[in-house]
Design a protein around this ligand. Structure first.
Ligand SMILES: [Zn+2]
Ligand SMILES: [Zn+2]
Ligand SMILES: [Zn+2]
Length: 298
């Protein structure tokens, strides 16, 4: 058996998928990008993994989640955070049942808005039936749902995460700030209150669907204008459609902006340790991990 892939630094974000809701290639399309052999033009549905010394935080569970995790081999996933409940961000959740096994059978903490919780309980209702009527262990996801709200920082495995409101056409979505990195997918407008939360970033990851305007996503020129306004040190574009040939579009971008591709890894300085978290009350798995990585325990 080969070893797990170790992060190159203490804090690493991995693009599990950077494609739009159809994925690229798109079923039924014979365009040049959909037929391209460049792996950077082959995009699974959108999700990122935030790797920290205390464990792995998964943002969204795309329909390809199982394949993404097998591809990256990051070790156990310790928590899941949802941006919103659209199918391209949610429908891989069933495969999280093996995450609980890696946590010693304990439920996986899931952080989402109340509306997303209602959707999860509806779509994956079999995961919430009475314990005595359950499938044998490992047969269904074991989850503990925690509600989060915009602008109310919350604690994930001992780190502070700041959620912020993003408008996705008529839908409401959360963007997240992890230290000086922010992940803002599925967005067509950023409210002023969130603009204020996106200052002084090292890394901004931003939605950019295609060249033309779209009712629920930023177009390329809208994304570039937002990057210009927010002035992050580096920016990565995600939720990409088959409109973008990786090489052709990359050649036109400003030097601090890149198209994401599946498997791309971004290293940044890290996240704020949440001082409120008493390490002794942590999940034993996470506590072990934290104790073995004392450099990040405040
Ligand atoms: Zn989406
Ligand atoms: Zn195509
Ligand atoms: Zn969406």
């Amino acid at each position: 058996m080969t070893d797990l892939i170790q992060p190159e630094s203490e804090f690493e974000l991995v693009f599990l998928g950077c494609g739009t809701s159809t994925g690229v290639p798109m079923i039924g399309c014979e365009c040049e990008v959909c037929r391209s052999l460049d792996p950077r033009n082959q995009r699974t549905r959108p999700s990122v993994l935030v790797r920290t010394p205390r464990g792995n935080i998964l943002i969204d569970t795309s329909p390809e989640m199982r394949l993404q995790i097998l591809r990256e081999r990051p070790g156990p996933v310790h928590a899941i955070i949802y941006t919103h409940g659209h199918a391209d961000h949610l429908f891989g959740l069933d495969d999280s049942r093996l995450f609980a096994r890696a946590l010693g059978g304990k439920p996986v903490p899931v952080y989402c808005e109340a509306e997303v919780e209602a959707l999860i309980r509806n779509v994956f209702s079999y995961a919430f039936v009475d314990e005595t009527k359950r499938f044998p262990s490992g047969g269904v996801p074991r989850l503990t749902l925690h509600n989060i709200e915009p602008y109310q920082p919350f604690d994930v495995i001992g780190y502070e995460v700041i959620p912020m409101r993003l408008d996705h056409g008529k839908f409401k979505v959360l963007g997240f700030r992890f230290g000086d990195l922010a992940y803002c997918t599925d967005v067509s407008r950023i409210p002023d209150e969130s603009i204020a939360q996106l200052q002084n970033l090292d890394v901004l990851i931003l939605d950019s669907l295609r060249f033309e305007k779209h009712p629920t996503h930023f177009s390329l020129s809208e994304s570039l204008a937002m990057i210009e306004k927010l002035q992050p040190r580096r920016a990565f574009l995600t939720h990409l459609s088959h409109s973008f040939d990786y090489q052709a579009v990359s050649a036109t971008l400003p030097p601090n902006v890149q198209l994401a591709h599946d498997g791309l890894r971004v290293i940044w300085s890290g996240m704020k340790t949440n001082l409120i978290t008493d390490i002794s009350s942590m999940d034993p798995e996470i506590k072990n991990h934290a104790e073995n990585n004392p450099s990040t325990v405040a």
